[in-house]
Design a protein around this ligand. Structure first.
Ligand code: GLC
Length: 455
């Protein structure tokens, strides 16, 4: 009897504590669920909101410590008259991107979608409509998978407590306490759930969700308890069982608490691991130094740098999510369009070295100034020539492993050759090496790719 009582109390306690059981799956099941995404390798991030008008970073409200009243003018004039999501989708698709993730709500709290739970939404601006809906339809129509970014932070909601990242952040504990009197995170937590439920109910199948972000360390931060991360994630998985979720809910130690890691704005030095195991990952990167449209930001990466970033990500088993910050009129900046087109020109011929590809098996040595990718299904190895070699190109240790070699962009054969020599000097060749004889003139491709058919 005592034992039974204990069990009942325990069960009740667990229930009341509200611990959510996240769905469990085997590594194989997870790999299968993520397969379309790991095959796709390349997606578009879109940061678009009221901050497109000040055009000086999506954190402008925080950086300039604006109040809601001061920020209100951007709401009143938000009218992207040139917004054409079909054009955006075409640009993404032509660049070779296979999916896109857009900010349904960013930290400023403004919603691009028609939410029942707030007035702070596109519907109530001069735009006068649900812009997210148009976006989803246009991107899907181009065959792209669609994802939403939803900010856990909210600098507009009256119940969101002021923390160190908030525009109205202060110095002392007393000041925080005073400022937060009357703010009720319970209400805000419910708001997150209500809105995420809307996003995952009213727009059909959603392929990815970014819940961004947690900052639990130190004082006046926020993390899993503030968002009720476990229950939120549980709801997400119930509403959209196949959905792919990022890693910023502060649930890294929880089984099923995240699907992929998100190294932001840097190139990883090797395939990221957790507990000694390689994990799915995606680096998110801007064209220039800001996510939202920033008129005077000039540190634009070149097409060449962006291509290297893409290839290098795949060569370490990861994805690239490349961000566009559309303008307040609703168009892509001309520099973004230029680069997307140039990337598309390369992808048109070389995408087989990207899609369905991953890190090359360890026993293939990487030649100098090259990046390797590998397609395990076709058993082809791709050698990306970052510096174009002069004619003789040695693949150390590849002897007996290569059936055929060609340039990927035009399918032209690359012949196997013998070591260089002249009358007095003969270069020796390792017995396991393969020598390819390349044309002297670099093909008219930003980064030429050699495709090796392996035995
Ligand atoms: C950070 C920033 C945010 C941006 C995001 C993209 O979380 O706060 O502005 O949306 O990174 O990964």
């Amino acid at each position: 009897m005592k034992k039974l009582l204990f069990v009942i109390t325990l069960l009740l306690a667990i229930n009341f504590a509200g611990y959510a059981q996240l769905p469990k799956e085997t590594p194989e099941q997870k790999a299968e669920r993520l397969k379309w995404w790991t095959d796709a390798r390349f997606g578009m991030f879109i940061h678009w909101g009221l901050y497109a008008s000040p055009a000086r970073h999506e954190w402008v409200k925080k950086y300039e410590r604006m109040t809601n009243e001061e920020y209100e003018k951007y709401f009143e004039i938000f009218d992207p008259d040139l917004f054409d999501p079909h054009q955006w989708a075409k640009e993404a698709k032509n660049a070779g991107m296979k999916y896109a993730v857009i900010t349904a709500k960013h930290h400023e709290g403004f919603c691009l979608f028609d939410s029942k739970y707030t007035d702070y939404k596109a519907t109530n601006t001069p735009a006068g409509r649900d812009l997210l809906k148009e976006w989803v339809e246009a991107f899907r129509a181009e065959g792209l998978k669609v994802g939403f970014y939803y900010s856990l932070l909210d600098w507009h909601h009256p119940d969101y407590t002021i923390d160190r990242n908030h525009p109205q952040s202060v110095q002392t504990d007393e000041e925080y306490e005073k400022l937060n009197e009357g703010r009720d995170m319970d209400v805000y937590r419910q708001y997150i759930k209500d809105q995420v439920r809307e996003l995952l109910t009213n727009y059909g199948k959603i392929d990815i969700i970014w819940l961004d972000y947690s900052f639990p360390s130190g004082k006046h931060g926020k993390g899993r308890d503030d968002w009720d991360s476990e229950n939120l994630l549980k709801m997400v998985r119930e509403l959209q069982p196949g959905i792919i979720v990022n890693d910023r809910l502060d649930l890294l130690d929880e089984e099923g608490g995240w699907d992929f890691m998100t190294p932001e704005q840097y190139k990883v030095s090797k395939w990221p691991e957790r507990d000694g195991k390689r994990v799915p990952w995606e680096t998110c990167q801007t064209f220039s130094g800001s996510w939202g449209y920033y008129r005077d930001e000039m540190t634009w990466k070149s097409t060449r740098q962006l291509l290297e970033l893409l290839i290098e990500s795949v060569s370490k088993g990861g994805n690239l999510l490349l961000n566009v910050g559309p303008t307040a009129r609703g168009t892509f900046d001309y520099r973004a369009t230029e680069r997307l087109e140039a990337i598309g020109e390369w992808m048109k011929y070389n995408s087989p070295s990207i899609y369905n590809c991953t890190e090359a098996p360890d026993d293939f040595q990487k030649p100098d100034n090259c990046l390797l990718t590998y397609n395990p299904e076709t058993n082809r190895l791709y050698v990306h020539l970052l510096v174009y070699p002069l004619k003789w190109f040695t693949l150390k240790g590849y002897e007996g492993r290569v059936k055929y070699a060609r340039f990927l962009h035009d399918g032209s054969e690359i012949k196997f050759g013998k070591p260089r020599h002249n009358v007095t000097y003969q270069e020796s060749k390792g017995k396991d090496d393969v020598i390819l004889i390349l044309p002297v003139v670099k093909p008219n491709v930003e980064i030429p790719v050699i495709e090796l058919y392996l035995n």
